[in-house]
Design a protein. Sequence first.
Length: 103
Amino acid sequence: METKMLFGVGLVFDTPEFGTIVMGANEELDELLPSTIKEMIGDQIIIKKTDGEEQVFEVVSTQINHTIAGKKNIGICLGKEISPDEIPAGSIVYCYQSKQIDQ
């Protein structure tokens, strides 16, 4: 199974309502439709931490925002069971699914 990089984690924060959210951007995804990006993300992601450890996380929800410059920021909610301290900024988020998305 080939894993595709989604983005580098630029921001990790906790919200009282939704729990931990990881955010980042990847210019290779800027031309894709939000629905295509959400399909790529799927139900699970792999996060490779800065120390090399890889961990699989369940995706609670996704949010894709557009910047004024036409870029996309991707936010993935991991839920309340995950602490933001578990995911250092600079970690890399990868797809976790066996099928490949045609681009």
